[in-house]
Every structure is written in C-alpha cells, then in structure tokens.
Design a binder for this molecule. Structure first.
Ligand code: C5P
Length: 232
C-alpha cells in the first residue's frame, strides 16, 4: 500500500514535534527539508527516531562526488531512511552516493525542479529542450543507471515514469491535495487516488495536514482515501 510521508516544513523542531505528537500512531514517516534541518540540525532527526518514526532527509545533495559521499555517510549515521540527491550532479556523483549509502539509506533522485519553466531550463543548460517531460525522463534514466533506489516525481510524471522505470524503482510524489483542497503554490496537484493510480509508492503531504484545523482528522481522511483507492 502507498504510504504517506508528512512534510515537516516548520521553522523550529518544537513546532514540528508538537505536530508529530498530535498525530501519534497515525503518522509514521516524516520529511525533514532544508529549512528545518538548517535550523534544528540532526537533533530533529534524533527526536523523530526516538519516537519510532521513519525519516526522509530532503537535502537534495548536489556537489562533487567526494563531498556528496561524505554527506551520504553522515545521513547513514543519522539512520535516516530516505535521502535526496540531484540527478543533475551526474553519474559519478550518483554512483559515489550509492556506494557511500551501502544500502543503508534509500537514495531518491530529484530530476527537474517543478518550479522551473522550459525557458529556465534552457537558460541553465544552454540548449533548446523539447519538453520538461523529456528532460525528466532522461534524468530519471540516469538515476536508474546509477542504481539509485527511486525518484521524486509529480503524479503526472509518475504516470509515464512508472512504465519506463519498471517496478523496482520507488516513486515518491509530492503535490498531493485531497479533492477540493487549496492547492497553495503547487501548480500540478493530484488527489491521493490519482497518485496511487499513477504508480506512486509514497505520497509527500505537507499543508493539507500541517495547516488543517484538525491535523489528525485530515491525515485520517487521506489514509482512508488511499485505502479506498487501492481497494477499487
Ligand atoms: O505543503 P505541500 O503538500 O505542498 O508540501 C509538499 C512538500 O513536498 C514540501 O516539503 C515541498 O518542498 C516538497 N516538494 C514539492 N515539489 C517537489 C519536490 C518537493 O512540493 N517537486
């Protein structure tokens, strides 16, 4: 069954952990991103692990292979479960990450950030592109070639990446909104049912739960929606 990973996009570990404690047993997997990690550091990961939670450290590593390998080893020592690396770092960097991970943390490749338009991508790479989709597919193929464990992809991308990547690669999908919910700044959103149908293994959910009046109830409704989608 597809699982929910809750994005802790909070300004402090106290705020984040308060939510974790409110969600209790229902929330088993949490994503710590750049802001929270930069503010709270490894302590927030330790606090999550102490509560028996799984953790996804979303640091989107992109540097020379030696430096990325060192960061991956540090994440392994923190006992995080998932970690992101930029596929744009190239095969040598990705392979160094895989080697450093020793199978003890699942590495997910980030392809093209969803904030980038085709002309942004052309400006960065200095060439014309046919479509963002082609570039996402190409970079996901690099992730697969370097033997990463999976990729981060929107539900739309998951729909066409799944057949290309096969069943062994994990697809982790953000931009999830229950029917009728506020999309916020997300441009490409999908319901939990759509993401499951597209082949996502994990759904990353932030504001629909963290900003809900009753976060535990909102999470419960999402879990019910996933269970119903998988049963149908
Ligand atoms: O609040 P919301 O549900 O939009 O949060 C989604 C989470 O997933 C955020 O932590 C965001 O940074 C992350 N994310 C995303 N889109 C991507 C990659 C990561 O929204 N393409």
């Amino acid at each position: 069954m597809a699982e929910i990973i809750l994005a802790l996009d909070h300004r402090s570990d106290d705020e984040a952990l308060e939510l974790v404690d409110v969600l209790g047993e229902r929330g088993g997997f949490y994503k710590v991103g750049l802001e929270l990690y930069t503010r709270a550091g490894p302590d927030v990961v330790h606090a999550l692990r102490d509560r028996g939670k799984r953790t996804f450290l979303d640091l989107k590593l992109h540097d020379i292979p030696n430096t990325v390998a060192g960061a991956v080893r540090a994440a392994v020592s923190l006992e995080v479960d998932f970690l992101t690396v930029h596929t744009g770092g190239g095969i040598p960097m990705l392979q160094a990450a895989v080697e450093a991970a020793e199978g003890r943390v699942k590495l997910l490749g980030v392809t093209v950030l969803t904030s980038l338009t085709p002309s942004d991508v052309e400006l960065v790479w200095g060439r014309e592109i046919r479509s963002i989709r082609d570039e996402v597919g190409r970079l996901a193929e690099l992730a697969s070639r370097a033997e990463l464990d999976g990729v981060v992809a929107s539900a739309v991308e998951a729909g066409w990446l799944r057949p290309a990547l096969g069943d062994d690669m994990l697809i982790v999908t953000p931009g999830i909104r229950p029917a009728g919910a506020d999309p916020g700044d997300q441009k490409r959103v999908a319901s939990p049912a759509d993401a499951v149908a597209a082949g996502a293994d994990y759904l990353v959910v932030g504001r629909p739960v963290t900003q809900a009046r009753d976060p535990a109830e909102a999470l419960g409704a999402l879990l019910d929606e996933i269970a119903a989608a998988e049963a149908s």
